[in-house]
Design a protein around this ligand. Structure first.
Ligand SMILES: *[C@@H]1O[C@H](CO)[C@@H](O)[C@H](O)[C@H]1NC(C)=O
Length: 353
């Protein structure tokens, strides 16, 4: 009896230590690998022939050194904050930036391209990198990393890395609702299913290539972007609730996809990171987060400017972007990015800490 008791005690104690051990193994996120669009592009578009760029002032004016890196904000973007929160590094560099090499990319790399989408056609509109090509660049990166560190060490890094996918807004706002092509072919529900299928293939593919810890990011309340409000002049620049509903519906489909893939792909640890509710809370109650402006962006008149229209000589640009939820008519300010990233880290991503 006494023996049984001590045996079970030993069992409990060793189970306890095993748990701690496993927790620590999980904690080894030593690299952040990013796929997506302008929400997470760290400057890849600087090196491709597109007009959709932001590597000039006033972009980056609150970034270290006031440097316009090609991030679509006044400062850092969410993936930079997430990388910092995991104790990796303060910014995740763009893969196409020749200022960085494979040594830098071993602790995090960004393949995102502003203006792209799940749908190949979305990337063609502004001649940016399609998602399948981000994947091709990732495969090339794997080869380079193996060459640099040796296969074993490289594979260890690739398995333990946190993969972040943030994409989809352009499929709806720049493609489906802006041009006739996709609307003629798909209802909005069919189009969402089409995109979800692409997301499924993409995640399956990076899983096959070795990714295990993956965060799929949902859509923001995209009907509240200042640019969309501007197209809603008749209603006094209110949020376009139709677009918000599309974002919510699509997020539901992504959430379901995440749960399906967690069942199908053994050993995968896939989470759905949904910025919608937190972002909507900020939009509804900007003052409680210290913001003074939500319907207009900081840059220019705050109604339509982004990329080249948001330029250094625009006299209307605000002085303090921290008072603005949005930096340009399509992208959050650094402060909003920080809040959204902190929310993601303390909720869904905390499982990887
Ligand atoms: C997108 O384009 C790539 C490259 O041409 C192709 O392999 C892929 O099947 C296309 N995706 C869809 C959903 O059509």
């Amino acid at each position: 009896m006494a023996n049984n008791l001590s045996n079970s005690l030993i069992l409990i104690v060793s189970y306890f230590f095993l748990q701690i051990f496993l927790l620590n193994v999980d904690a080894k996120v030593t690299s952040i690998i990013v796929f997506g669009d302008s929400s997470v592009d760290a400057g890849n578009n600087n090196y491709i022939p597109t007009v959709l760029k932001s590597n000039f002032k006033p972009y980056g004016r609150d970034f270290e050194g006031g440097k316009p890196t090609g991030r679509f904000s006044n400062g850092r973007i969410p993936t930079d904050f997430i990388s910092e929160a995991f104790g990796v590094k303060e910014t995740v560099p763009a893969y196409l930036d020749p200022a960085y090499n494979i040594r830098d990319f071993a602790t995090g790399v960004c393949f995102a391209s502003a203006g792209t989408g799940y749908d190949n056609f979305t990337s063609q509109i502004l001649n940016v990198t399609p998602l399948w090509k981000e994947l091709e660049q990732y495969e090339e990166y794997q080869m380079r990393l193996k060459g640099y560190l040796g296969t074993n060490k490289a594979e260890e890094i690739l398995t333990e890395a946190l993969y972040i996918i943030s994409i989809g807004t352009n499929d709806f706002l720049e493609n489906y609702y802006a041009l006739p092509n996709r609307q003629l072919r798909y209802t909005i529900e069919e189009y969402q299913n089409f995109l979800t299928g692409i997301a499924r293939n993409f995640i399956t593919r990076i899983y096959e290539l070795g990714a295990r810890k993956i965060s799929l990011t949902g859509l923001p309340p995209m009907g509240c972007l200042p640019l969309e409000r501007t197209t809603n002049l008749i209603s006094g620049r209110k949020c376009i609730q139709k677009y918000n509903k599309v974002a919510k519906d699509f997020n539901k489909k992504l959430r379901a996809l995440v749960s399906t893939l967690n069942n199908e792909l053994s050993g995968i640890h896939l989470v759905f990171s949904n910025p919608y509710d937190m972002f909507y809370e900020i939009i509804q109650n900007p003052e409680s987060f210290g913001f003074e402006n939500v319907a207009f962006a900081c840059c220019g008149t705050g109604t339509f400017e982004m990329s080249y229209l948001c330029d250094e000589y625009n006299p209307f640009t605000c002085r303090d972007a921290n008072k603005y939820v949005f930096w340009d008519s399509f992208h959050p300010s650094e402060k909003t990015n920080a809040i959204l990233a902190a929310h993601a880290v303390t909720t869904t991503l905390s499982v990887f800490i």
